[in-house]
Design a protein around this ligand. Structure first.
Ligand SMILES: NC(=O)c1ccc[n+]([C@@H]2O[C@H](COP(=O)([O-])OP(=O)(O)OC[C@H]3O[C@@H](n4cnc5c(N)ncnc54)[C@H](O)[C@@H]3O)[C@@H](O)[C@H]2O)c1
Length: 395
């Protein structure tokens, strides 16, 4: 793949590191940035042969097959429209839009142009996520009842994130987009998200947008997705997921406690891990951030999808659904009510009923609960199928 990267900031560097890592055959041939000095330095650092300060020129360059958008949220729409006009495959970072209306325009533009739209949701490609999703899909934990995802740190690194208009919101749009898509994968992308209840507040930072939020997303099969986000959490970057099924559980700590702990009395005066707040005392470094944050698997899936004329695991349609859920979350914050999720073009199942089923104990009873007590006594609690009475099974 011959790639253009639009943007030279934080995520553009992560993407460039992922694309240059491990003798990849894909090449970044073009960089775009507004500032001539910065884009030139970026191109030189990553050995990128061309660079431009005009977006349309970068995208339409004949050597470019696919474009990676690593620009602030308010520039995604114009960049996607430029890629669609130039008929180039486009991979856009999260969140796809600042709202569902923007994401919808992006989705429609790439579909009309006949190019692929990949949604760069890296946290749905971490090795732990891919392994646990495969287990969940294989039935290892039964039917998913509840999927919780949390992302919390002390706040983003560039001024535009803190501007509600440019970013499209605060911690919900910035971090909640990851959490929502993680839960949605575990519950099943085919299952329609129906409504959202969300609390948000600005507790610590002097900004208009929310710096803390907790939301519940109810799905058509009764499953619940829970997101917890914060821009005021101290002590690093907390990325945790928890999935509860009728037959099992998954707990994942993705970043702050990965089994790698180090103590430094003197400090090292160098980068430790994303959003780490100190370089001394007990430290929680991450071995290979690019890999552990999912960037390697993500780009492999994206480029394989382009090569094989298939859709990647994370598409523009997924980005649009995430934006639609976030729009409902913001409405719920204002109304303090459950708010319906408006989806213009639902492409999943339409006949969903509750996935959880009653466990039959025998012809007469359902099983409610079975437990071995500390005394050694075994208790079995059952429900009579006809009368509905709850009873202790005595054999
Ligand atoms: N895990 C992830 O997937 C992840 C992590 C961080 C950021 N992001 C996303 O990446 C995007 C960029 O975030 P970032 O952290 O790299 O921000 P950043 O501020 O570090 O970099 C933004 C880049 O865009 C350029 N830029 C700013 N305004 C511009 C404009 N008007 N026109 C053209 N270029 C402009 C800046 O010069 C810079 O090169 C955002 O959408 C953000 O949500 C994703």
């Amino acid at each position: 793949m011959n790639l253009a990267i639009l943007g030279t900031g934080f995520i553009a560097r992560f993407y460039a590191e992922a694309l240059l890592a491990q003798r990849r055959k894909d090449r970044v041939v073009m960089a775009f940035g507004r500032d001539p000095q910065r884009v030139k330095a970026f191109a030189s650092q990553y050995t990128i042969p061309h660079y431009r300060t005009v977006l349309a020129e970068a995208v339409s360059h004949p050597e470019v097959n696919a474009v990676i958008i690593a620009l602030p949220n308010d520039r995604h729409l114009e960049a996607v429209l430029a890629c669609a006009a130039a008929k180039k495959h486009v991979l856009c970072t999260k969140p796809l839009g600042r709202n569902a209306a923007e994401a919808w325009r992006m989705l429609k533009s790439i579909e009309a142009a006949g190019v692929m739209g990949g949604y760069l949701e890296d946290l749905c490609y971490t090795p732990k996520f891919l392994k646990s999703l495969a287990s969940v899909r294989n039935g290892a934990i039964g039917d998913v009842v509840w999927a919780r995802s949390r992302e919390a740190h002390s706040g983003p690194h560039s001024e535009w994130f803190w501007n509600k208009t440019m970013a499209g919101g605060g911690a919900i749009i910035d971090l909640g987009c990851h959490c929502i898509e993680i839960s949605r994968n575990f519950i099943g992308k085919n299952i329609r998200p129906v409504e959202v209840m969300c609390w948000a507040d600005t507790r610590v930072h002097p900004i208009d947008a929310e710096d803390n939020a907790v939301g519940l997303v109810r799905y058509a099969n009764g499953a619940m997705g829970q997101f917890e986000v914060s821009w005021t959490f101290r002590g690093g970057m907390d990325l945790r997921d928890e999935v509860m099924g009728t037959g099992g559980t998954v707990w994942m700590n993705n970043f702050l406690r990965t089994g790698f702990e180090m103590f430094s009395a003197g400090g090292q005066d160098a980068y430790v891990a994303e959003k780490a707040e100190t370089d001394r005392g007990w430290l929680f470094p991450v071995g290979d951030e690019v890999h552990e944050l999912g960037y390697s698997h993500m780009f492999t899936d994206m480029f394989d999808a382009i090569d094989n004329h298939r859709q990647p695991a994370e598409t523009f349609y997924d980005g649009y659904i995430v934006n639609a859920i976030i729009d409902a979350a913001y409405r719920s914050v204002a109304s303090k009510q459950w708010e319906p999720i408006g989806i213009d073009d639902w492409r999943g199942a339409t006949d969903t009923t509750s996935t959880t089923s009653l466990h039959s104990f025998n012809d007469e009873y359902y099983l409610v609960k079975e437990e071995l007590l500390p005394s050694g006594e075994k208790k079995i609690i059952v429900k009579n199928k006809k009368t509905g009475s709850i009873e202790r099974w005595v054999g």
